[in-house]
Design a protein. Sequence first.
Length: 136
Amino acid sequence: METGKIVKYDETRGFGFIAPDSGGEDVFLHASILDEELKQNLRGGMRVGFEAMPGTQGTKAVAVHPLGAASQAAEVADETRSGDDDELCDVLPVAEFSQQITDVLIETAPSLTGGQILQVRKRLVAFAQSNGWVEA
């Protein structure tokens, strides 16, 4: 069982992504593998344990369960930005950049599939890394 963090989960559309702690590509998460309680409580930033397997359009989760609530609250608090003006010039971590891309894609093009979102994010992250906009 691997561990990671929910990057984005859209309850209405029934899918999201998990950023594995081990790194690499985000894992596609579909609501069909979740129990009703987890579907309603799953949020971005939540720590989860999961099992994944290769799918036709990338890696997909086949089992997911939440990890301890206390550790989740601490991690979300650690990641909260201070709001200083100097942050406008900071190089973003890849995970944060990927989450922002996902948010924009889901908001502006809700008809995209999970596989399409993964492909677009991969290309945009590579482009941003080549320009020094995100950590390599």
